[in-house]
Design a protein around this ligand. Sequence first.
Ligand code: ZN
Length: 236
Amino acid sequence: MINVTIWNEFRHEKTDEAVQKMYPKGIHGQLATVIGEECSVKTATLDEPEHGLTEKVLEETDVLLWWGHIAHDEVDDAIVQRVHDRVLQGMGLVVLHSGHLSKIFRKLMGTSCDLKWREDGKSARLWNVNPSHPIVAGVGEFIDLEHEEMYGEHFDIPAPDELIFVSGYPGSEVFRSGCVFRRGNGKIFYFQPGHETYNSYYNEKVQRVIKNAVHFCAPTENIYPTYGHYEGEDNK
Ligand code: ZN
């Protein structure tokens, strides 16, 4: 059983009626319902002590999901470093929607991770550009979302290790909306859908992708490698 921790900033849901209506249990609550069908799930939010991401919680986490938007700067640098260390050790990380500007994603990427955006309630089509990849199993050729925020290129990320989705929008913009990165022993998946006032996390294909990504990003059973001075097999 994969142990998943779903981290949500959980601020919009407390103050914005439209968001409360869309996600009455919080975005983390909706994601927990979905992922809980296949994995053991915990949630953590910004306003908890240590943002809910204690050493123990992270130690017991195979894959961490991250949704943040208006309070990226309030995330403590020491906690960001803690999550960063865990990713390098092999913990999976799934970064959702506006998490592209989170401290942890920018630290792992080493770039600004900035992009163009427009909140106009129009549609998006996410093209599956990597049909044999496990993240798109059961998803088909594309995902149509009736309403999603436009995120457009240029997306200032390093070239992804694997490109999974490219989105197109009615305004002709395009966006690399599903990207896999490897950092140290960890796997990272960035996935664009999930604006707080739209219903993307109720879409079955979006749910399928997130569940697939959790399985893909989970650590392998390989032992964490030994680093540092090495005697060699013959000198034991
Ligand atoms: Zn948004």
